[in-house]
Design a protein around this ligand. Structure first.
Ligand code: FAD
Length: 621
């Protein structure tokens, strides 16, 4: 049957990408359908019950600044919050939260159910309605036809999913969920490049069987950090500790003795796994000289005894998993509640996508999340938001929007994916961003909220809160700039005592704040009232201290923008560009970058090659 209502946007898959995509599209006023296997699993964390971490919290805060759900759901579900790299510079500081799975999921579901313009429907999508080179809707497995202007595919690890536990294989999208085989076959028949990746998860443990007295306790930070710009500590549920355990030589012996029963080492799994989140068998194999690896024992929630032992993801057979777990101090009597497993799935080469995440071959069809070769909730959520907003813009007849690499980690993520593709599950790191000092987690709101407001993603509550904060930062910076400390005064003495150096001339408070020995609290009270808002004070301090570096990065960006504005024609025959090596010609022909700046980011494309391209373009004109 054909469903009577027609939608602007259909999102397939209610995971991290799909929920952000559906919410974004609906926030922008588009009639949106979220079609998912199972309403109970909306926003489910397939693996680690945690959000954020290095590089990833930057994405969460960007999603948040653009009005997304992940940051607020984390504040509502977070049971332990920490700031990682707290002693390092602000560019690499990252907030990480342990989340109560049930609370996190409930928060996401509640936001979805209360979102105007959003309809949720539970059923598997089995086919796409494609006419010529455009998509027009979706057909469910029972034959219901939903028509729409655009479709966003966010099917995660489900396409052709195969679960491995030891040498046993079964079909599944993740443990307990069916795979998406009909849709996988349909997509394989379309002209996209497809390949296989794999990822894995550890066995879960029963806390009642763990001896915590011999494990190191790791409490959260105090005062508790907050994830969303609209979040507050009052939103957090009760906070709990994690614990740290260690593998030992006996653990490693057990793993080595059973590698032939691991699907990865016996050649059963073909997909490439995440290098930065390796299985325990990978770790002991690759780092054979290491006698021990850390395991973070993380609670899965407040009303459950289940624990997530972060660091022993595995696809070894269950009997070996049990032996491995029980070889660890504190886990000698541990009961495994769910075995660990690996999953192999189809992903599509993201080089077949545009910056908007629309596919190059099928108009109005967008891909977001793990389907594009990424791993992680945050990477998925960020792509979902971008694909959802662009699907909505397409439905409204508007141009696509995406942030540049110097504006957001989301810009880095998408540009990396569509320009370079990926051979292994892609995850975000701060090292992937060239302009780390500009792209901090503390200023994602300053970078993106205004754009989000213009796009129709940011509601009045967020916009008002943001505007008040931005004005307070500007006012306070101006106040410090206009306040002077003169040598020989009481204020100067206070500064001299802190820095151990005499004040030889007059300085503004803003200039004094640039000194490494001085913080906002040391200078702000020397003239007038300091602000009573930690986020404002932090921002004033960071902007003052790093202004010199930030200005330098801005100069580089301005130079690069010229290349960004230089398009590379779609019909450019790289074989005809004189002076380029065969290898570079091949790389450019494969990637077909849209701009000179994009070409410059392809690994192996040297500055000299960029100059040659520039000369070639001038000759063509
Ligand atoms: P998912 O969260 O997988 O959501 C997909 C959604 O689509 C689901 O709701 C599903 O029901 C729905 N769906 C699928 N097909 C259809 C269909 N045909 N019709 C309707 N609905 C459909 N990430 C890490 O960062 N580190 C890890 O160590 C890690 N380990 C993992 C281990 C395992 C075993 C798994 C399964 C995942 C792991 N992940 C890990 C990945 C993390 O779960 C994903 O990156 C993230 O969930 C991707 O989000 P997504 O929205 O793309 O897909």
């Amino acid at each position: 049957m054909e469903y009577p209502d027609r939608f602007d946007v259909i999102v397939i898959g209610g995971g991290h990408a799909g929920t952000e995509a559906a919410l974004a599209s609906a926030r922008m006023g588009c009639q949106t359908l979220l079609l998912t296997h199972n309403i109970e699993t909306l926003g489910q964390m397939s693996c680690n019950p945690a959000i954020g971490g290095i590089g990833k919290s930057h994405l969460v805060k960007e999603i948040d600044a653009l009005g997304g759900a992940m940051g607020l759901a984390t504040d509502l579900g977070g049971i332990q919050f920490r700031v990682l790299n707290a002693r390092k510079g602000p560019a690499v500081r990252a907030t990480r939260a342990q989340a109560d799975r049930v609370r996190y999921k409930a928060a996401i579901r509640s936001m979805l159910e209360n979102q105007p313009n959003l309809t949720i429907f539970q059923q598997a999508a089995g086919d796409l309605i494609v006419d010529g080179d455009s998509v027009h809707g979706v057909v469910t497995e029972t034959g219901i036809r939903f028509l729409s202007e655009t479709v966003v595919l966010c099917t995660g690890t489900f396409l052709g999913g195969v679960i491995h536990i030891g040498l046993d294989r079964s079909r599944g999208g993740r443990a307990g969920d069916p795979p998406s085989n009909a849709l996988a076959e349909r997509l394989r028949a379309l002209p996209f490049r497809v390949d296989r990746l794999k990822t894995g998860t550890p066995p879960r443990l029963d806390a009642k069987s763990v001896d915590f007295s011999v494990l190191e306790e790791q409490p959260g930070d105090s005062p508790t950090p907050v994830m969303s710009y609209l979040g507050s500590r009052d939103m957090h549920p009760r906070q709990v500790s994690c614990h740290i355990a260690h593998t030992n030589e006996r653990t490693h012996e057990i793993i080595f003795a059973n590698l032939d029963r691991s699907p990865m080492y016996s050649g059963v799994i073909e997909g490439v796994g995440p290098r930065y989140c390796p299985s325990i068998e990978d770790k002991v194999h690759r780092f054979a000289d290491k006698a021990s690896h850390q395991i973070f024992i993380e609670p899965e929630g407040l009303e459950t005894h289940e624990l997530y032992p972060n660091g022993i993801s595995t696809s070894l057979p269950f009997d070996v998993q049990l032996e491995v777990v029980r070889s660890i101090k504190g886990l000698e009597n541990a009961h495994i509640t769910r075995p660990g497993y690996a999953i192999e799935y189809d992903f599509f080469d993201p080089r077949d996508l545009k910056h908007s995440l629309e596919t190059k071959f099928i108009h109005n069809l967008f891909f977001a999340g793990q389907i594009n070769g990424t791993t992680g909730y945050e990477e998925a959520g960020a792509q979902g938001l971008l694909a959802g907003l662009n699907a909505a813009r397409r439905a409204k007849g508007l141009e696509a929007w995406w942030p540049r690499r110097d504006e957001a980690y989301l810009g880095v993520l998408v540009d990396d994916l569509i320009t370079l593709g990926t051979k292994e599950p892609y995850r975000m790191f701060t090292s992937r961003a060239e302009y780390r000092l500009l792209l901090r987690e503390d200023n994602a709101d300053l970078r993106l909220t205004e754009a989000g407001r213009e796009l129709g993603l940011v509601d009045d509550v967020r916009w008002t809160a943001f505007s008040v904060k931005r004005e307070a930062i500007e006012r306070e910076s101006a106040r410090l700039k206009a306040s002077w400390v003169h040598p020989g005064t009481v204020s100067a003495a206070a500064i001299e005592e802190k820095t151990g150096k005499p004040l030889t001339r007059e300085y503004s408070l803003l200039d004094l704040l640039k000194r490494p020995e001085l913080g906002y609290a040391d200078v702000a009270h020397l003239a007038g009232e300091p602000v009573n808002d930690d986020a404002v004070a932090e921002q004033v301090q960071i902007q003052a201290k790093y202004q010199g570096y930030i200005d330098r990065q801005q100069d580089e960006i301005d130079k690069l923008k010229r290349h960004e504005a230089t398009p590379l024609p779609a019909d450019l025959d790289y074989a005809q560009v004189e002076g380029l090596s065969h290898e570079i010609r091949q790389k450019l022909a494969d990637a077909r970058p849209d701009t000179l700046a994009q070409a410059s980011r392809i690994s192996g494309v040297t500055p000299a090659a960029v100059s040659i391209l520039l000369i070639h373009l001038k000759k063509r004109r």
